[in-house]
Design a protein around this ligand. Structure first.
Ligand code: BT5
Length: 271
């Protein structure tokens, strides 16, 4: 036996009366995104939710791995309702939806000051505590299925060994220096996510995301492709969820999710 962070009873409590058409909880699973993708192939419509205590094949963006060791983290995937917004920018916007929901739950319940490293990593004190994987299935030009997978490090034991990290990581409980009620936190995240999904096309949504954008107005390093590193200044969030940057040539450019990785410039004087 081991201590699960969330068990089926707590999970059910967390989702009571939330508007999901289908929910499932797994003690252990490959990836919750795969569960929801399978439901979608079988005809399920959003909103639907799959959560797990442990993932054995959790994934990040661009084929990277995401670790969800048992008894320490939250891992869940939401099948969004693609009928709510005919906006072609839905995909770019949806990528920020998960991160914004996690931030607001952290603010609301624990008065923390999280930030979003564009497009969708949640940082506490400059360390990553949550990651979001947005996956879309298309039929021609038509967006059919949109899945948001969210992984949140809750207990200190969820943080992977430093050798496998591409960015400094932490957990909510390490930053808060106390334990949290996981079912209450999960519910708060889901409530915020459901609220914002209905307002995904609004200017208010972009403003709420931009307010939490890490490095706003600051110079960052951009990784373009495998190795090109350039400096640029973060200007704002574009209406389609892209990141607007001023390059050192003075040119203003909007980058879309997947085109760049944003890295802070390490100030050698502050060390
Ligand atoms: C992400 O990718 O941050 C998206 C993570 C999404 C995970 C959720 S869990 C539920 C659902 N089911 C899935 O299979 N996935 C979703 P990315 O920005 O590419 O970051 C991946 C990188 O983060 C890895 O290459 C590692 O360096 C690092 N990493 C892996 N596990 C981590 C963890 N638990 N905490 C912090 N960093 C981690």
């Amino acid at each position: 036996m081991y201590n699960r962070l969330v068990n089926e009873t707590e999970f059910k409590k967390a989702v009571t009366r939330l508007p999901f058409r289908k929910v499932a909880f797994f003690e252990t699973i490959g990836s919750t995104n795969d569960v929801v993708a399978k439901w979608a192939r079988q005809g399920a419509k959003g909103l639907a939710l799959a959560a797990a205590d442990e993932q054995t094949r959790g994934r990040g963006r661009a084929g990277r791995r995401w670790l969800t060791p048992r008894g320490s983290a939250l891992a869940f995937s939401v099948l969004l309702d693609t009928s709510v917004s005919p906006d072609p920018a839905l995909l770019g916007r949806a990528s920020g939806l998960g991160a914004l929901a996690v931030c607001e739950a952290l603010e609301q319940l624990y008065s923390l000051l999280p930030q979003i490293k564009w497009p969708n990593d949640v940082l506490l004190n400059d360390r990553k505590v949550a990651g979001v994987l947005a996956e879309a299935h298309w039929a021609g030009e038509q967006l059919q299925v949109l899945i948001l997978g969210i992984g949140i490090n809750v207990a200190p034991s969820s943080v992977p060994p430093i050798e496998i990290l591409n960015f400094p990581a932490s957990s909510i409980e390490s930053e808060l220096e106390r334990e949290i009620e996981v079912d209450e936190f999960l519910r708060a995240v889901l409530e915020r996510l459901i609220d914002w999904q209905a307002k995904l096309s609004s200017t208010e949504f972009i403003q709420a995301w931009e307010r939490r954008l890490a490095y706003l107005g600051k110079t960052v390093l951009l990784e373009i492709g495998a190795e090109q590193l350039i400096e640029a200044q973060v200007q704002s969030l574009a209406p389609d969820g892209g990141l607007k940057l001023r390059l050192s040539s003075g040119e203003l450019r909007v980058f879309q999710m997947g085109e760049i990785q944003v890295r802070p410039v390490i100030d050698s004087h502050s060390k």
